[in-house]
Design a protein around this ligand. Sequence first.
Ligand code: G4P
Length: 529
Amino acid sequence: MTNQKEIEKRRTFGIIAHPDAGKTTLTEKLLLFGGAIQTAGAVKSNKIKKSATSDFMEIEQQRGISVATSVMAFDYRDKHINILDTPGHKDFAEDTYRTLTAVDSVILVIDNASGVESQTEKLMEVCRMRNTPVIVFINKMDRYGKDAFELLDEIETKLGIGVRPLAWPIGMGDDFKGVYNMHEQELSLFHGNKTGISEELVKFTDLDNKELDEIIGDEAANELREEVELVDGVYDEFNMEDYLSGKIAPVFFGSAVNNFGVRELLNAFVDISPSPRGRDTDQGFIEPSAPKFSGFVFKIHANLDPKHRDRIAFLRIVSGKFERNTFYKHVRNGKKIKFPNPTSFMAQDKSIVDEAFPGDVIGLYDTGNFKIGDTLTEGKDFNFVGIPSFSPEFFQELRNDDPMKSKQLDKGIRQLMDEGVAQMFIQEPGSRKIIGTVGQLQFEVILYRLLHEYGAKCSFTPMNYHKACWMTSDKPEEIEKFLKAKTGNIAKDKDDNYVFLAETPFLLEMAERDYPAITFHKTSEFKVK
Ligand code: G4P
C-alpha cells in the first residue's frame, strides 16, 4: 500500500471527559465494536480511583496500566483507528494536554446529569487552541439527567463551540426509548443489555408516519416530532468544514454501558473525522504526505522497574514512513539513533513494528535521550512546535536533604522534568529549585521516584504562588524594567525563559495594569505561534 493510502486509512483521536462521565466505558465499547477485545471489562481503567486519599502504590500500579493503554488501535470498516488514552485524574491533566497535541480529533463525553464540568472546560480550551475537531457524545441517557436542549446550550456557552445534534434522544432514564438519528433517518430502539451488542434499527424517512406512534407510543412520538422540528429550526445544517475547523461539534446521545448509540457514534466518526493532519515546525508546515519521515515525542513514561532506568517515549508520526532499525536524526542533540524494538499497542497487546505511518503512535525504548517535544527526522533539521507548557497551579521549593547526593538529585530531577512529571523553575540567587505542578499528587510522585530511582532524599517547602506567567512585549526595555522591579518573583523555565511568579490573582492584575506594554501568558504556547 502506498503511503497516501495508509494515511487516508488512519484516524487518530482522543476521548476526553470529566472523570466518571464514561470515558473508560466508551473506550471499551469502541474496542468491542472494532473486535480488538472480546469481552467487556477487558480494558482496565487507567484512572486513579477518585478517593481523595489515593495511596501511592495505587498510583504506581495505575501508571503501569496506563502504559499498556496509552494507545489502543483497532480496525473498523476500512479504517485503522488509534485511540490515544488520556489520564482521567485531574492531577495528571498536563499529560492529557500534551496528548491532545498528538491527536487529529476528539470525542468529548458528557454525563447527561452533570453536564459540562470544570475539567472539560480546561480540556476544551486546549482543543480550541489548535482548532481540533470535536464530536460530542452525551452519555448515560438511561439515567435521568438534564434536558437535551439545556445541555446543548451549556456546551455552547461554557465550551465556546457551536453544536449540531445529528441524533435526538427519545426520553431518558426509565422512559428512555432510544435515539432518532436525523443524519441517517433511522430510529434506534433502546434495549438495555450490558453484555451483548443490542440494537434495533428502524428506517424512518418520514417522522409523520403513524408507525412511529405504534412503536414508541403517541406521546413520545409527538414529542420527538416537535423536538426534531425545533432542532432543525434552531441549529444550522451540519457543515463539514465547520466541524473540521473546530467551530461546530456534532452531538450524539447514548448509553455507553449499555452499548447504546456507540455504533452510530463510531460510524459517524469514521465518516467525518479527519485523516492524519500535518503539524507546524519552526521551518514551516509539514504535510503528512511529505515523503521523508518525521515525528515528535509527546509523552515519556518511566519504566516501573527502579533498577532499570529505561523509559518509553511515545512518538507521533507526522510524515513519511518510520522503519525499524533505521537511523533517524534526533534534532535537539544532533545525534543519529536507530530503534531495534519500536512498539505498537493493540488494546492490551504490545508488538514490535517494522514500519509505521502518519497518525500512528509508537513507543521507543529510551535510556534518557528524549525530552517531551523532541523531533525525530530522516535528516532535516527542524523542530515541531506546539507542545505547550501550562502555568502550574501548585508550587513548592525542592530541598536537598542529603548533600552527598546532590549529583543524583540533579540528574533525577532533570530526567523527571524531561518526562513532563512537573515543571521546574530556577530562581536566583542560589539556584533555588521551584517545582510547579497541576496537582498535589505529583509532589508525592517526585519524592518517591527521586528516592527509589535515584537514591536522592529531598523534601518540599510549599510556596505561596498562584501562577507562573511567561512574558512578551514589543518593548524589551519594559520587560527589563519589570525584571528589575520584581526580582523576588522572577525565575527561569527549562528553556531559560523568564517567568513571573505571581502570588495572587490580584498581584497579577496589578502587574498587568502597571506594565500595559507587557503581555502575561498562562501558557508557553505563544512562543510557537
Ligand atoms: P471515566 O473513565 O470517564 O472516569 O468513567 P467510567 O467509564 O469509569 O464510568 C464511570 C461510571 O459510570 C462507571 O460506574 C460506569 O459503569 C458508569 N457508566 C458509564 N456509562 C454509563 C451509562 O451509559 N449509563 C450508566 N447508568 N452508567 C454508566 P461505576 O459504578 O463508577 O463503576 P463500575 O463499577 O460500574 O465499573
